[in-house]
Design a protein around this ligand. Structure first.
Ligand code: SF4
Ligand code: SF4
Length: 309
């Protein structure tokens, strides 16, 4: 597994967010640690800043006061002034972050930073009382947390040793040895199932699903508690015929919980901040009725399904 920015000792991780009081990433109240780096390229990705394993730059046009300090600071002359304020030529930029250092308004900011294991654990344990009262804990998410395998292992092991409930939110796309070892310190795996047809999976996510489905079988066989999380993406995996196939597949596996998650556009603005095009411009979330129809098809196979959680 490509491990470019990850500290080989696993003592430092590349983190882009620590979300406290999270209630959608496992049971109870949780702290979700979002790690950068992902081997998939899902067209609908709501966290585009999570994909690359290194720090990146957000540019917020509305905050730019056109002071031109960033232009003077850039050693590669990658910034010029435009109608919308400073404009970064990201093909020239080497992410030295000198512009971030001088920007007085935060219009240019760094997304993603290295944090030590100790720093993160210190932040996580601050809310221990909430975890104890609600049955919550810590969730390692991303990106793909298995991308920074050693760090995720250390983080979940440390939290587990402190008696916290640990969850791993994963695409399942990693070497089995990695998932196997980390799952020894994981109380719950939130496992994404995006499409059962490998060719279609490849078109939507950039990778086939063979490794993912093999890992799913292995982790279930190992007896780890798994929640299946199924993003429902219009024109990708929402046809009634496909949902029937999916339901049959799900009914043969011992998931503790099955959730369908409606496609949403909350991450759209972040593509602009990164200077990227949003790939699914014409796609919109399903209606409540459409989601209920999908839930009903799956539940007709004797399963229970939650929507958006
Ligand atoms: S990060 Fe460095 S190279 Fe990139 S635009 Fe800013 S100053 Fe220039
Ligand atoms: S330093 Fe910040 S506020 Fe000034 S021009 Fe650059 S982005 Fe805009």
């Amino acid at each position: 597994m490509h491990d470019l920015w990850s500290d080989p000792t696993g003592r430092e991780g590349m983190v882009f967010n620590i979300q406290k009081y999270s209630i959608h990433d496992g049971p109870g109240i949780r702290t979700t640690v979002f790690l950068k780096g992902c081997p998939l390229r899902c067209e609908w990705c709501a966290n585009p800043e999570s994909i690359n394993p290194y720090p990146e730059i957000f540019f917020r046009e509305e905050k730019c006061e056109r002071c031109e300090r960033c232009i003077g600071a850039c050693p590669l002359k990658a910034i010029q002034m435009s109608e919308g304020g400073a404009q970064i030529d990201r093909t020239k930029c080497n992410l030295c972050m000198k512009c971030v250092e001088v920007c007085p308004t935060g219009a240019i900011s760094q997304i993603g930073k290295k944090m030590t294991l100790e720093e993160i654990v210190k932040e996580v344990v601050q809310d221990e009382i909430f975890y104890r009262n609600s049955g919550g804990g810590i969730t390692a998410s991303g990106g793909e947390p298995l991308y920074q395998a050693k760090f995720t292992l250390n983080l979940l092991r440390e939290c587990k040793n402190r008696g916290l409930h640990t969850a791993l939110d994963t695409t399942g796309h990693a070497k089995w040895e990695v998932l196997d070892e980390i799952s020894n310190y994981t109380d719950l795996v939130l496992f994404d199932i995006k499409h059962l047809d490998s060719e279609i999976h490849q078109k939507g996510t950039g990778v086939g699903n063979e490794l993912i489905l093999k890992n799913l079988d292995k982790i279930l066989k190992k007896g780890v508690t798994v929640w299946a999380r199924i993003p429902i993406i219009p024109n990708f995996n929402n046809s009634p015929q496909y949902i029937e196939t999916l339901a049959k597949f799900l009914s043969k596996k011992p998931f503790q919980k099955i959730s369908i998650l409606n496609y949403h556009e909350w991450g759209k603005h972040k593509y602009k901040l990164l200077g990227r095009e949003y790939p699914l411009k014409e796609t919109h979330p399903l209606s409540e009725e459409e989601l209920k129809d999908i839930k009903n098809i799956i539940e007709s196979h004797g399963l229970e399904v939650t929507i958006n959680y």
